[in-house]
Write a protein that binds this ligand. Sequence first.
Ligand code: SF4
Length: 318
Amino acid sequence: MAVNMIAEIDYSVTPYIEPETLEKIEALKKELKAVILAHNYQLPELQVVADFVGDSLELAIKASQLENIDHIFFCGVHFMAETAAILNPDARVIIPDPKAGCPLADMIEPEDVMKLKEKYKGDPVVAYVNTSAAVKAEVDICCTSSNALKVVEALEADEVVFVPDKNLAEFVASKTTKRIISWDGFCPTHMRFTVEDIERARVEHPEAAIVVHPECRREVQLAADFILSTGGMYRLPEETDIREFVIGTETGMLFRLKRTYPNREFYPLNERAFCPNMKKNTLEKLVAQMETPTNIVSVDRETAEKAKKSIERMIAIV
Ligand code: SF4
């Protein structure tokens, strides 16, 4: 899909999907004992056909609760599908496009974690879920953007190593008395937001609250009204009387918000802040994989067992 087409997606309209396609998906789900999970950042049509839409944490918890499921079609990026595979070793996890990776997750390798453990001996290592299974296997515990502070606070240590996102690490450091040692990773999509975007939004939408994700640069976080994970963004409209929101995260989030709160207004902080990896998955690719599943995401048993401990420690804290 061309980049300009992605920027032109109308998130205020529920996409039309051919009834035959919907019937086919339902029939294949039944036949395969399958469930479709979709991340908030996925294309609207994938959010519409999904059984469950959520952020990384919600999807990880959902994946851990699934029963009697043989196939999980995971509309998201590779590390998310890996997490589903780790939590459901008996199910086949399939991703619509195997090239849907995460540049942030690719910024750290297990060897980097080993070196950090050597350098900061005794310090617990926390990995944002946006990491490979191999990295999760080497750390003490995982976190998401919604529970990062809670996870760090729960650790019995005054100094914590936090990988790979430096902006999320700075956000956590600003809220805790613990010393945070961060890695130099970042999300290219969230790095697109600037303070100028916020200044422009304040002029264009003076009544709106400006909400940004903690993967945004620190100066963008500080210029916003709220710093929230996508799960927090999703709950915010029902927790306040604010009618208008400028949303500083991947643009797919706008569809979920507009669909859930049709009487509120949501504007993108920067409409070109889409994640090309998230958008590699399409409805056509999903249906093709349901017909002939080939893009199977698996994690070797030893890595999966170690990574599972880091994920389960996180889930126990939430
Ligand atoms: Fe990775 Fe950023 Fe894309 Fe999320 S939005 S998948 S963190 S590159």
